[in-house]
Design a protein around this ligand. Structure first.
Ligand code: APR
Length: 261
């Protein structure tokens, strides 16, 4: 049986599937991942971007704002993989989508806010470290593009930081609690486009498996949790997920006509 059909079979009886997504689900939207062959961490040192470095070094903040101003996150569009997860929600089989991504593409594809758990925050908002004031990142990027290389809070002069979780920074409590609740209610986990190598995020798929439920991994290349997977489908999420969800929805895609000799 081909891997997509095996994955559909593994999830066939599941009605509360927890999607767990990483940067690999957004590469087909033009956003690079971190640890893939062209990943961000193959170009810059992640040690440069820890929370403490960001607070203590204006140079780190300037680099971070420049990269954010140059990034294409805000122009990116959802791809067929994001839309397939919305379809899974539409047929009532998706419990929630825990994402490590900060690009907001699950919501842009049509998932309602209550279905998305952004463990690592989101890049749409910027917070003042000192007074907590929140504003749209787009307006701060306008200041960066106009020459303010390390913009500060207009209310209190404090350091501004996109509302994304840096290494060494506490994860958002509300999102952690929502993720724990979803993990306790899920009857399967569908992990897509993640090396499943960063904790505590990767502890959520592990907990679903430890609860005796199946895990399907859709990923290009190996992940840290392959040995826990019921089925692994190695390849592009944008091709695989639409086929998988169509099979789950019972709408078998017309098989490619078999060539008869
Ligand atoms: N389809 C399927 N898999 C893909 C695709 C694709 N189109 N493109 C890339 N991949 C795979 C890569 O081969 C890689 O195995 O997705 C995986 C992405 O893994 P990472 O780059 O490690 O991203 P992620 O798992 O989301 O990282 C977790 O680490 O740096 C931190 O905070 C950052 O949220 C991030 C966290």
């Amino acid at each position: 049986m081909d891997p997509v059909s095996s994955a559909a079979q593994a999830l066939a009886g599941c009605r509360r599937i927890l999607a767990f997504t990483g940067a690999g689900i957004s590469t087909e939207s033009g956003i690079p991942d971190f640890r893939g062959p062209e990943g961000l961490w193959t170009k810059v040192d992640p040690e440069e971007f820890t929370y403490s470095r960001y607070l203590e070094s204006s140079e780190t903040r300037r680099t971070s704002w420049r990269m954010r101003a140059e990034s294409r996150v805000f122009e990116a569009e959802p791809n067929p993989a994001h839309r397939a997860i919305v379809d899974l929600w539409g047929i009532g089989r998706l419990l929630a989508c825990i994402t490590q991504n900060i690009d907001g593409l699950h919501q842009r594809a049509g998932l309602p806010d209550e279905a998305v758990i952004e463990l690592h925050g989101n890049a749409r908002e910027t917070v003042c470290i000192a007074c907590g004031d929140r504003q749209a990142t787009a307006s701060v990027i306008e200041r960066v593009v106009s020459g303010e290389s390390d913009p500060t809070c207009r209310d209190c002069g404090g350091i501004l930081k996109a509302a994304v979780v840096f290494f060494g920074e506490a994860m958002p409590r509300e999102e952690l609690m929502r993720a724990a609740l979803a993990t306790s209610e899920a009857d399967a986990v569908l992990a897509v486009g993640s090396t499943l190598s960063v904790f505590p995020a990767a502890s959520f798929p592990i907990e679903v498996v430890e609860g005796g439920h199946p895990m399907v991994i859709v990923n290009r290349g190996p992940t840290e949790l392959d040995d826990l997977a019921t089925v692994i489908v190695d390849g592009a999420a944008g091709e695989i997920l639409p086929m998988l969800v169509a099979e789950l929805a019972g709408r078998l895609l017309p098989r490619r006509r078999r060539r008869t000799k």
